[in-house]
Design a protein around this ligand. Structure first.
Ligand code: ZN
Ligand code: ZN
Length: 301
């Protein structure tokens, strides 16, 4: 077995899978002995990407199996392996806020850019290492997924510059067409149960002692998802979370609505400046959980 496992957050998304594979490759090129793994099965969008570039899904782990690990696309213990406190983190590549404690020095690359895939692309450049077509395609996909094809407010100039370069390296002529196909592959929700919809992309956050759970789903038809509200609410209740915000994002028009169940409706309304109506709040222009949802909530709690 490799000496170091490289993995992204629970409920893996395309950026987490792409950056685990890319970081592992980068570190191995520099003499490391690492293995990319995942904390879950690929979602529908990621599966589309793996099929497109003819890659097998990463092996799924629930706890680190090596003494040393590398974290990509996350740094909070709540989103990491259960035994994180028992292993040594040697590197972090991330683009989220930091909530991390470690007893030993480590290598951290953290930038407020659109994706970790973007960050790693520039790490390859800096190290003067070639990016294979497959890796370039993966990283382009992670970048497209996290920035919704450069439309999310998390998008930076670095992302805008990297995407066409990665597309060229991957041999994708029409990156917009590829990106729409990829994002749409993640929006077929009909085969997923209410529980799977909720949990698919959900992350836990500790906000002022509140265990806050925030899920997000991409769609091209918000009303079609809201038609399942009763079932979704029953599933939230059965999970027993104090606060659950389920964001439904229209990826074509860059808008969201969210279902909220919890004991702090006033705080939710104050955070977003809108009223809840039958547990649903309108979030016009909101597409980014990280930049447009978590910060206003943290201010309230
Ligand atoms: Zn992610
Ligand atoms: Zn990411």
């Amino acid at each position: 077995m490799a000496t170091t496992q490289v993995f992204g957050h629970k409920n893996p998304d395309t950026d987490t899978i792409a950056s685990a594979i890319a970081a592992s490759y980068l570190l191995n090129q520099q003499g490391g002995d690492t293995e990319a793994v995942a904390q879950g099965e690929p979602n529908a969008e990621t599966q589309f990407v793996l099929d497109y570039f003819k890659l097998a899904p990463l092996r799924v782990i629930t706890k680190a199996e090596t003494d040393q690990v590398v974290l990509v696309d996350h740094n909070e213990a709540a989103q990491s392996v259960d035994n994180l406190a028992e292993v040594q983190v040697t590197h972090i590549y991330d683009h989220h806020k930091f909530n991390f404690k470690n007893a030993t020095p480590l290598y951290i690359v953290a930038k407020p850019w659109g994706s970790v895939s973007t960050i790693l692309y520039y790490e390859f450049k800096q190290a003067q290492l070639d990016v294979t077509p497959q890796l370039a395609g993966l990283m382009a996909s992670g970048l497209i997924s996290d920035t919704l094809l450069l439309k999310s407010p998390t998008t930076t100039e670095w992302d805008r510059q990297a995407l066409p370069e990665l597309a060229a390296l991957a041999g994708i002529d029409d990156i917009n067409a590829y990106g729409i196909d990829m994002l749409k592959a993640g929006t077929d929700l009909s085969t997923r149960t209410d529980q799977q919809l909720l949990d698919g992309d959900a992350k836990s956050f500790d906000m002022g002692g509140h265990q806050f759970r925030i899920g997000q789903v991409n769609t091209v038809d918000i009303d079609a998802v809201l038609a399942r509200q009763a079932g979704l609410e029953a599933a939230i209740k059965s999970e027993g979370y104090e606060d659950f915000l389920f964001i439904i994002t229209d990826i074509l028009n860059s808008n969201s609505k969210a279902i909220y169940l919890g004991d702090a409706p006033e705080a939710i309304e104050a955070a977003f400046g809108k009223k809840l109506d039958h547990d649903v709040i309108d979030l016009p222009g909101v597409v980014s959980r990280k930049k447009q949802v978590v910060p206003p909530l943290e201010k309230q709690f």
